[in-house]
Ligand binder design. Structure first.
Ligand SMILES: N[C@@H](CCC(=O)N[C@@H](CS)C(=O)NCC(=O)O)C(=O)O
Length: 312
């Protein structure tokens, strides 16, 4: 079952273009982005460089820093999440394409587990990304600093200054990331401001039509892409529920303001395909349902999850 879920995810990723945030040097994507593009070309995954990316501007926005707290490029956006660190992105892209084959083989072998590539591709990519971050941003600079202090390298004040500055930048970015994970999971109700924000459940009206897992996942992926216009006003989590068709699609959305923003209703046609119910904050059962939707469990309301997608 697990390998099946894995296969479906990789299939979705293989058929969609993935967006790469990158700077350009003399009109060409920078060298780190080129590594990604070359790997992608080799393995047949479509990666597109985002137009209008402006170095020094686009990578300083709060939206960008949510994707990479360090504010560096390249950063790959996928329907399942984001990967930064160019080598990690290149390995992720390769993993997506190998995954299909591997999952098929694993399925033939056991039908229950996918031993080496057991987790979804995005988890693999993000683990790789943090390994590279630790090696390149933390370990390397810490070592450079310590070598000067231990007398292993000739002491040069300017080199020490740079190592410390880069290390501080990396540690601050890591701290930012840890704090935002912590706030998202643990402190949600303490942080939630019921006067400035509202929470909504959404329920897909035509679940009977969700007979194909791949089409259903694409439908939800498309919805999140079309909600891009509400990036500053919303946080959302969508669940695709069930082991077999028809799959149920449910979601939880946090909107700025006490109502669903009108422009989202007007401009994103998917909105009317869902039934929207405001979460009643005095109802503990509804609050528990919110908790279940925020946390990443394998099951929801007693049924297996086919996929979960976040919009932030
Ligand atoms: N190890 C990172 C390095 C990324 C990196 O240094 N990117 C440069 C552009 S090539 C950048 O974004 N610099 C902007 C900054 O340092 O603020 C990777 O391979 O992705």
């Amino acid at each position: 079952m697990r390998s099946d879920r894995y296969r479906r995810r990789t299939l979705t990723l293989l058929t969609m273009a993935l967006n790469l945030n990158t700077s350009h040097v003399v009109g060409k994507p920078n060298k780190n982005a080129l590594k990604v593009l070359i790997a992608a070309e080799y393995v047949g995954v479509e990666v597109k460089c985002l137009k209008n990316f402006e170095m020094g501007v686009s990578n300083k926005t709060p939206e960008f820093l949510k994707m990479n707290p360090l504010g560096k490029v390249p950063v790959l956006e996928t329907p399942d999440g984001v990967v930064f660190e160019s080598n990690a992105i290149a390995r992720y892209v390769n993993h997506v394409s190998c995954g299909i084959l591997f999952a098929a083989v694993a399925r033939l072998k056991t039908d229950t587990t996918c031993s080496l590539f057991g987790s979804p591709p995005i988890e693999y990519g993000q683990i790789e990304q943090w390994i590279d971050f630790a090696s390149l941003e933390i370990d390397l600079n810490l070592l450079a600093w310590l070598r000067l202090r231990f007398g292993l390298d000739n002491y040069v004040a300017a080199v020490e200054e740079v190592s410390i500055a880069v290390l501080k930048r990396a540690l601050s970015a890591l701290l930012l990331h840890i704090i935002s994970c912590f706030l998202m999971l643990k402190g949600f109700w303490e942080m939630f401001d019921p006067e400035g924000y509202s929470l909504w459940f959404c329920n897909y009206k035509y679940n009977d039509e969700n007979t194909d897992s791949f089409v259903t996942m694409n439908k939800v992926g498309g919805f999140l892409q079309r909600m891009d216009l509400a990036r500053k006003y919303a946080f959302g989590k969508m669940l695709i529920i069930g082991n077999e068709p028809p799959f149920k699609v449910k979601g939880l959305w946090l909107f700025r303001g006490l109502d669903i923003p009108k422009f989202a209703m007007d401009e994103c046609y998917d909105m009317e395909l869902y039934e929207w119910t405001k979460v009643d904050l005095s109802d503990e059962i509804q609050k528990e349902c919110v908790n279940q939707m925020i946390e990443d469990h394998e099951h929801f309301e007693g049924e297996a999850l086919l996929d979960a997608k976040c919009f932030k």
